[in-house]
Design a protein around this ligand. Structure first.
Ligand code: HEM
Length: 443
């Protein structure tokens, strides 16, 4: 059976490059082998990387039972739990997804606009003229705090304050390089007491779980409350049979939703870095924002064409999930190759977004390309696609645009170091390799 080409470098060098400089690995392989190539690494399934839009369409529109996807998220199980929609396939996945999507879309999502702007303004108020700020850490705080408020609401009960604090501690821990390694390597997942990273994580997770279950129990005693945050909307949701989610499902889906905050934070960072690196883009954005009559209208802001193009171009150039993952459950034919059961097929988002024929000068940040041309969902796919498309596909750009607009409107910043930023492995995904510093020039 003919299989796609494989890189000829020793496998340990390939693994090292994929683990440390994944974008260099993808650039060099696509340059040499084109739209499809394959890796065969000891201890791993064969992986086929595909960056041809027609072939990606075939993968993403294949019947759901062609692939097992839950298994590809297995390493997130200790965080999101076994009832998370991520870990599931088939009907159970469909059910959970249909319950979790509505609070993150449409009117519900738009109602979070003010929360996002208020948190961003609070952050700006803490800055001082002349101060050097750490953009990554600011983006993280904004993303974490808005997500927590969106999920649990704004009440300041002792329980909720504690819950938010514990969440922040747990997510800080989980994004440390040492704990990321534990997620990848199951043998490291040993509870050796509170001094060991895994032991600390388990204890924090138990504390968070207790607080979530207590919050759910508290809310169950007040069924008449109008649902306004994600937790209460999830508690009120019913599937087609009229069944609600049980406590464990609620806990796991809350974790699933919150696990998207790291990617969102990195997206915010890249948007700010890209805009301040390109003065003409910053000026165009300022002009567009100044054309709005009501700057409190978050929906009007989020619909602005140039701001939208900036957010699209940011996620094209820096796709924070480099590949979508599919594991074949039946033989699958693609681009003339017949792939056996148990092959991982990765729609290669990064290399598709860097195709010269679709995005001329692909390494250049140029929001205008999204105003000049429409791309198909298989040419531009920062959120993957098909029935497993990211559930944050509307919320993440909404948040990114509002944070960016609020910062550009309220202050003048200057990028201290505009050297290129690489994407490196971080927790279960990728993130900017370094902190980005900005100087506050005017408030
Ligand atoms: C810029 C920010 C984000 C990017 C670039 C991103 C990207 C992605 C991608 C590429 C996938 C895989 C889709 C596929 O396999 O076809 C995915 C899945 C997922 N994302 Fe996101 N994501 C972002 C933010 C978020 C946020 C904010 C949330 C939570 C609200 C979230 C929750 C999820 C979940 C639960 C899945 C699994 C969906 C399923 O399997 O049905 N993501 N994301």
């Amino acid at each position: 059976m003919k299989l796609p080409d494989r890189p000829h470098t020793p496998f340990f060098l390939q693994i090292y490059q994929w683990a440390t400089r994944p974008t260099n690995f993808l650039d060099s392989c696509t340059q040499t082998y084109g739209d499809i190539f394959m890796t065969e690494w000891p201890g791993s399934d064969s992986i086929v990387f595909v960056s041809n839009p027609k072939a990606i369409e075939k993968i993403l529109t294949a019947p759901p039972d062609t692939f097992n996807i839950g298994q590809t998220y297995e390493m997130l199980r200790p965080l999101v739990g076994k009832q998370s929609l991520m870990i599931m396939d088939g009907k159970p996945h469909q059910r959970q997804r249909s319950l979790v999507m509505p609070p993150l879309h449409g009117e519900s999502m738009r109602s979070y606009g003010n929360i996002i702007c208020e948190f961003t303004e609070q952050m700006i108020q803490q800055w001082k003229i002349g101060e050097k700020i750490k953009l990554g850490s600011c983006a993280n705080k904004i993303s974490m705090n808005t997500m927590l408020q969106v999920v649990f609401g704004s009440e300041e009960t002792e329980q909720l304050v504690q819950l938010r604090q514990k969440f922040i501690q747990m997510f800080d821990l989980i994004s440390s390089p040492i704990l990321s390694l534990h997620l990848f390597m199951q043998p490291l997942q040993k509870d050796l007491g509170n001094w060991s990273p895994w032991g600390r994580f388990l204890r924090l997770r138990n504390q968070v779980d207790k607080l979530i279950y207590a919050e759910i129990a508290h809310r169950r005693q007040q069924p008449k409350l109008e649902p306004t945050d994600v937790l209460s909307l999830l508690m009120a949701a019913r599937d087609q049979q009229g069944r609600a989610m049980n406590d464990e499902e609620l806990r796991d889906e809350i974790m699933t939703v919150l696990s998207g905050k790291g990617t969102s934070a990195s997206a915010i960072l890249f948007a700010l870095y890209s805009v301040y690196k390109h003065p003409e883009v910053l000026q165009n954005l300022r002009d567009e924002l100044n054309s709005i009559s009501n700057l409190k209208d978050t929906n009007a802001i989020a619909k602005l064409p140039y701001l939208t193009a900036i957010s699209q171009e940011t996620m094209r150039l820096y796709p924070l999930t480099l590949v979508a993952m599919r594991l074949t459950t039946k033989p699958f034919e693609i681009m003339g190759y017949k792939l056996p059961v148990g092959t991982q097929i990765f729609p290669n988002i990064y290399s598709t977004h860097h195709r010269e024929d679709l995005f001329p000068n692909p390494k250049q940040f140029k929001p205008e390309r999204f105003l000049e041309r429409r791309y198909s969902p298989y040419e531009y796919l920062p959120f993957g696609g098909g029935h497993r498309r990211c559930i944050g596909y509307a919320f993440a750009p909404f948040q990114m645009k509002l944070v960016l607009a609020t910062i550009v409107l309220h202050c003048q910043l200057e990028l201290i170091d505009d050297a290129p930023i690489n994407l490196v492995r971080h927790a279960a995904g990728v993130a900017p390799e370094k902190e980005v510093y900005m100087k506050v020039n005017k408030l």
